[in-house]
Design a protein around this ligand. Structure first.
Ligand code: WTA
Length: 653
């Protein structure tokens, strides 16, 4: 696997020393590294003491039943107290979020305000019968009520599962059913690029198949007229306006789940990643302060969506646990113009910006003139996450956004790891365009071959984490077996990340992409199986394969290969229809960029579709070994069809 990636890798020779303004950070982080090496458990205990515990923990790590590790298990705490109360009482007037709505409305939310809102909603949810341990689905756009909803659940000891607002009703329903949610928090509509996304309408469709949901709470964002189910639907403003601004936090055990977040896997059903309260919050707070060198006067902006793990850890839990002041932006980067982000940076004097390579590539495409008109001199640190960043985009980010003076932290981590695992430290690391630097203090990574042996410098292999860490996932919701099978069975005792990587002569990590078939579109992981299942659910489709192929704008785009049932008419209209069908079934993000109709798909003798070959076809590479195929003649045929479609220019948006 990874070896094929490596042979195509360019050697990147550029390197940038940390700027002198970060020297205090360097000194601190050297000590932190040293402490982690000296006594890892005492080190993590010390990090956990960043938090306020109602009952301090005695045991740091319980590793008696791997891979079901438990951290700080006899300690008790509440996440919302850590994120809100302790700042509200000490410096309540400090701004937690500068909210900027897409239409241009703005709001300053202090820690005191945040606490009041969280308590009001917690009271309202309790009034609807939400109890500790219950699951609550949150399906919203990026409005302040979204972090408030997450924190209100935490205050109650309920487990939230945030479903990205771009997902279609079926995806929402699947997730609600998988973890048995009883309440849904949503909004009438969300703003996106000037358009209204009908979240309530989608939610209603989802709830039609989710009888377990007895109540929904609806935030009025656009004020649109929406259908209303009496007895089930509740207006957010109405049920919170007279609620008390106090709510006694429900103290939970450190190992009690804080949330479940679904992520697409390689096989079928999405996986409900379960995160703990104490360990997760420890990892979120510690890494947020180390990697972003957080200072009191920073204005921090993570431009992700709370529907993904990046939003959970670096918009909500990490920054709030650290008492940071953040920007929260609701909408699209090009509304009303492609300079929107840079207006925001200038307006709030943003000093730390954290975003994804796909956004950076999009801005590159839109042109430098949109940045030139704005004063970006407040920026001092830039971060990226979600996929490997191409050196060209890294350099553009550094020069055009960072004015050549800001270090870039390319942070590698996953929904499963809970917080950043591998990243440069801005004061310490010589950064190289395209490299994620080294494992953070207390994190132990390695790159191994098929046999689980270290590959040695320069050679690509499987990225594994070799020791447990506090913010690690605890299991897959309701499926311990799949948790063990997916992450721990390949190399007994080592956590398999599923990514390929290599280490250079300085020990820096270079990520090489997924080792399985997951496609990463605009930084969002999508399973090809989900796309295929969506295609196959179309009445004309017999069989389908989806693979990722490189795309300048979105990182990867989905190329679909489809065989039709006997009498279906494979015309252009059908191809459009299939693409729309996928978008409607699992969300626009999964819409295939191209669909090639073919009489057959390449298969192994045991009947498995060989996606690797389809990737080769899609990216016009020399075909690899096809001797293991049951039907090798079909590959040439597909390649010819794909070429034909490309030359006709019909496969692009
Ligand atoms: C990829 C996002 C290269 C990787 C936090 C990982 C990256 C998956 C990077 C997790 C990076 C994330 N360089 N690849 N800096 N960051 N990835 O769960 O394949 O949405 O396994 O978490 O994104 O995606 P997830």
């Amino acid at each position: 696997m990874a070896d094929t990636h490596i042979s195509s890798l360019e050697v990147e020779a550029r390197a940038f020393a940390p700027p002198s303004g970060f020297s205090a950070h360097a000194a601190t982080m050297l000590d932190v590294h040293e402490a982690a090496r000296r006594d890892p458990l005492e080190f993590w205990a010390e990090q956990a003491r960043r938090l306020t515990w109602e009952q301090p923990f005695v045991e740091v790590l319980d590793d008696s039943r791997p891979p079901f590790y438990r951290w700080f298990a006899d300690g008790r705490l509440n996440a919302s107290v850590n994120c809100v109360d302790r700042h509200a009482s000490e410096r309540g007037g400090r701004v937690a979020y500068y909210f900027e709505g897409e239409p241009g409305d703005r709001e300053q939310i202090t820690y005191r305000d945040l606490k009041e809102r969280v308590c009001r909603l917690a009271n309202a949810l309790a009034g609807l019968g939400v109890a500790p341990g219950d699951r609550v689905a949150i399906y919203m756009g990026m409005v302040p009520e979204l972090p408030v909803a997450m924190l209100a659940c935490a205050r109650l000891g309920a487990i939230h599962t945030v479903v990205f607002g771009g997902f279609a009703p079926e995806s929402l329903a699947d997730r609600i059913k998988d973890c048995g949610c009883s309440v849904l928090i949503t909004q009438d509509e969300a703003w996106r690029a000037g358009k209204r996304i009908p979240l309530k309408q989608n939610a209603d469709r989802a709830l039609a198949s989710c009888p377990g949901v007895h109540s929904s709470v609806v935030v009025r964002r656009t004020g649109a007229d929406v259908d209303w189910v009496e007895g089930r639907d509740h207006d957010y403003a109405q049920i919170t306006e007279n609620a008390s601004t106090e709510f006694a936090p429900h103290v939970v055990g450190a190992e009690d789940p804080l949330f479940i977040l679904y992520t697409s896997g390689t096989t079928g059903r999405p996986k409900g990643i379960v995160h703990s309260t104490g360990g997760y919050l420890t990892g979120a707070a510690a890494t947020h302060s180390w990697v972003f060198d957080l200072r009191h006067d920073d204005i921090y902006w993570c431009a992700a969506d709370c529907g993904w793990i990046t939003g959970h850890t670096y918009i909500v839990y990490g920054p709030l646990a650290n008492g940071a002041t953040s920007v929260l932006y609701e909408g699209a980067p090009n509304h009303p113009s492609p300079s929107r982000w840079w207006e925001i940076v200038e307006r709030y004097q943003v000093s730390i910006l954290y975003t994804a390579p796909t956004a950076i590539r999009t801005f590159m495409k839109w042109g430098d003139e949109h940045l030139a008109a704005h004063d970006l001199s407040s920026l001092r640190l830039l971060g990226t996450v979600g996929e490997a960043i191409n050196p060209e985009a890294w350099m553009w980010y550094r020069e055009r956004v960072g004015g050549g003076r800001c270090p870039i932290v390319d942070t590698w981590w996953q929904t499963e790891t809970g917080s950043i695992m591998i990243s440069p430290l801005p004061g310490l690391t010589v950064t190289k365009p395209g490299s994620a630097g080294e494992p953070l203090p207390g994190i132990n990574a390695a790159i191994v071959d098929e046999q689980g042996e270290p590959t040695g410098q320069g050679r690509g292999g499987y990225l594994v984490l070799t020791e447990p860490w506090p913010s690690m996932m605890r299991t897959l919701w309701g499926d311990d077996e799949r948790y063990v099978e997916t992450y721990w069975s390949r190399f007994g005792g080592l956590y398999l990340a599923g990514d390929g990587a290599r280490q250079d002569e300085d020990g820096h990590y270079w990520l090489l992409g997924r080792i399985d078939d997951v496609v990463n579109v605009s930084g969002h992981r999508l399973s090809t199986i989900e796309v295929e299942s969506a295609l196959v659910s179309h009445p004309a489709v017999a069989e389908a394969a989806g693979v990722g192929r490189a795309d300048e704008r979105t990182g990867q785009a989905i190329a679909a290969f489809v065989t039709l049932i006997g009498d279906a008419d494979g015309n252009e209209g059908l191809i459009l229809d299939l693409r729309d069908h996928v978008a409607a079934t699992i969300g626009a993000i999964a819409k295939p960029a191209s669909v090639v109709l073919t009489d057959d798909l390449p298969k192994t003798r045991s009947g498995k579709i060989m996606r690797r070959l389809l990737r080769d076809v899609s990216e016009e590479r020399q075909l690899g070994d096809i001797t293991t195929l049951a039907n090798s003649e079909v590959v040439e045929e597909i390649a010819a069809q794909a070429r034909q479609r490309r030359s006709a220019g019909e496969d692009e948006e």
